[in-house]
Design a protein around this ligand. Structure first.
Ligand code: UGA
Length: 440
C-alpha cells in the first residue's frame, strides 16, 4: 500500500519506518527540514535500539522517503497517518492540539478524491469527531475525507517491537465509516500473527489510550505510596511488589517503586486526561489523577530532601553530588520531564556541585542544564562525590563494581532511586545504601 505519515517525531518516525518494514511504500512528512534531511540521510534523530538499521534498509530499498511538502503527500497516497505531537498546553494542563489542527488543515487543502486520515496521536476524547467536522468544511467538491483513530501504545526503547508486534490494534471509526478494511490491509502481517483487533467508535478509541497511560501512571504512584509506608515501617517494597505480582489480577510490571514516571507521555497525558474529564463533568478521574501526579512529583522531592538532609548543616551548597542518569528511562536519550534532571537541576540551584553521566542523553541534558558538569564515564562522575543518586537504571550503572566505586568517592552514600542495584553487595563494599521503600 502507499501510505503517508504526517509528523516524524518519536511516534511518526518509528511508524513510518515500521510501515515500510511491513512492505508498504511510505512517505513521511514533517515541517522541520533538519529532521527530514536527517531521516533522508539515514539518521534517526533520537536513540531507539534497532530503528536506524531499518531506516537505512528501507531507504535503500526505495520504499521509504521523507519530505516537507504536504502537497506531495496529498498526491502520494489516499491513506494518511497523523502522528504529530500533542504536548501539554503552555497554560494549564490540557493538550495543545495546534499541531493536529495545522497538519490536518495543510493536508486537506491539497486532497483530491477519497482519502482516509488515521489519527495515532494521543488526543482528548472528542477530537476525532471535531476534526471530521472541520475537514468536511474544508474539502472541495468531489473530495471526501474520513477520520478514523488508531491509538499507539509504543514504549520508547521498545518502539520497533511495540509497532511491529503490538499487544493489540484498536481502531475507532465513525458510524458508517469504511476504514476497517484498509486498516486490516495495512496491518495484515501483524494481524496474521494473531494480534487482537478491536473495532470501536471514535470516542472509545481515543479514550483507550488515555485510560491506558492513566492506569500505568496510577500503578506506579500506587507502589510509590506503598513504598512510603514500607519506609516508615521497615518493610521492603521490592519483596512486597514481587508478592503482589504473583497475583495475575495485579501483575508485577509497573510496580517498580522509585523516582516515578517522567518522559514525554505519562505526565502530560494524565494531566490532559484529567482536564478533559473535568470539562465533561466527570468527577472520579480528575481527583484520582491529580493525586497520582502529586505522589509522582513527591518522589523526586523526597530524594532531593534525602540528599540535603545527609549533610550536617542541612545544606547542599558547595557539596559534590553525582547523579547517574539524565534520560527519563534507560535505552532512551529522551530527557523530557526526566526525574534525573529535575533532581540534578534542583540540587545545582541550591548550590551543590553536581556531576552527571548518562550513556545517551548528555547532549540533550547539556542544552537544558548547561551549568552542570558532565563526564564521559560513570567512574569519572563518581570521583570525589559525597552523595551518589542513581536516577536512571542503565545497565552499566547496575553493573558498576561497588568496591571500585567506593574507592573513588569522598563519602560512600548511594541513593538507589530505581531500586535496581544489588543492595547487599553495595553494603558489603562499605556503602551507606538507601533504596526507595527498602530497608536495604
Ligand atoms: C508510555 C507507555 O508505557 C506507552 O504504552 C505509551 O504508548 C507511551 O507512554 C505513549 O503515550 O506514547 P514511555 O513514555 O515510553 O511509554 O515510557 P514507560 O516505559 O511507560 O515509562 C514511563 C516512566 O515510568 C519512566 O520514567 C519509567 O522510569 C517509569 N516507571 C516505569 C516507573 O517508575 N516504575 C515502573 O515500574 C515502570
Amino acid at each position: 500500500m502507499k501510505l503517508t505519515v504526517i509528523g516524524t517525531g518519536y511516534l511518526g518516525a518509528t511508524h513510518a519506518i515500521c510501515m515500510a518494514e511491513l512492505g508498504h511504500e511510505v512517505l513521511g512528512v514533517d515541517i522541520s527540514p533538519e529532521r527530514i534531511n536527517a531521516l533522508n540521510s539515514g539518521e534517526v534523530p533520537f536513540h531507539e535500539p534497532g530503528l536506524a538499521a531499518k531506516l537505512t534498509r528501507n531507504l535503500a530499498d526505495g520504499r521509504l522517503s521523507f519530505t516537507t511538502d504536504t502537497a506531495e503527500a496529498a498526491c502520494f497516497a489516499d491513506v494518511h497517518f497523523l502522528t504529530v505531537g500533542t504536548p501539554q498546553h503552555s497554560e494549564g494542563r490540557s493538550a495543545d492540539l495546534s499541531q493536529v489542527h495545522s497538519a490536518v488543515t495543510a493536508l486537506v487543502r491539497d486532497l483530491d478524491g477519497d482519502h482516509l486520515i488515521i489519527g495515532k496521536s494521543t488526543v482528548p476524547v472528542g477530537t476525532a469527531a471535531d476534526l471530521q467536522r472541520m475537514v468536511d468544511q474544508l474539502v472541495g467538491p468531489g473530495t471526501s475525507v474520513e477520520i478514523a483513530w488508531n491509538p499507539e501504545f509504543l514504549r520508547e526503547g521498545h518502539a520497533v517491537k511495540d509497532t511491529l508486534h503490538p499487544d493489540r490494534i484498536v481502531l475507532g471509526v465513525a458510524p458508517g465509516g469504511t476504514a476497517e478494511n484498509r486498516i486490516r490491509e495495512v496491518y495484515a502481517r501483524t494481524l496474521d500473527e494473531g494480534t487482537p483487533f478491536l473495532l470501536t467508535d471514535l470516542a472509545t478509541a481515543e479514550l483507550v489510550k488515555g485510560a491506558a497511560n492513566a492506569f500505568l501512571a496510577t500503578k506506579i504512584s500506587f507502589i510509590n505510596a506503598i513504598a512510603e509506608i514500607c519506609e516508615r515501617s521497615g518493610a521492603d517494597v521490592t519483596q512486597l511488589a514481587d508478592a503482589l505480582g504473583y497475583d495475575t489480577r495485579i501483575g508485577r510490571r509497573f510496580l517498580g517503586a522509585g523516582l516515578g514516571f517522567g518522559g514525554g507521555c505519562l505526565p502530560k497525558d494524565i494531566r490532559a486526561f484529567a482536564s478533559r474529564a473535568e470539562q465533561l463533568g466527570a468527577t472520579g478521574i480528575p481527583g484520582l489523577l491529580d493525586h497520582v501526579d502529586r505522589i509522582n512529583l513527591g518522589q523526586r522531592q523526597s530524594v532531593i530532601d534525602t540528599v540535603t538532609a545527609s549533610f550536617d548543616d542541612g545544606d547542599v551548597a558547595g557539596h559534590r553530588v553525582t547523579v547517574l542518569g539524565a534520560a527519563f528511562k534507560p535505552d532512551s536519550d529522551d530527557i523530557r520531564d526526566s526525574p534525573a534532571l529535575v533532581i540534578a537541576g534542583s540540587l545545582a540551584r541550591s548550590g551543590a556541585r553536581v556531576v552527571v553521566h548518562d550513556p545517551q542523553a548528555m547532549d540533550g541534558a547539556r542544552r537544558i542544564l548547561p551549568e552542570i558538569t558532565y563526564t564521559s564515564t560513570a567512574l569519572d562522575a563518581l570521583k570525589d562525590a559525597e552523595v551518589v543518586v542513581l536516577a536512571t537504571e542503565w545497565r552499566e550503572f547496575i553493573e558498576l563494581d561497588p568496591v571500585v566505586a567506593r574507592s573513588l568517592v569522598r563519602r560512600a552514600l548511594i541513593i538507589d532511586g530505581r531500586n535496581c542495584l544489588p543492595a547487599q553487595d553495595w553494603v558489603d563494599a562499605g556503602w551507606d545504601y538507601r533504596g526507595i521503600g527498602r530497608s536495604r
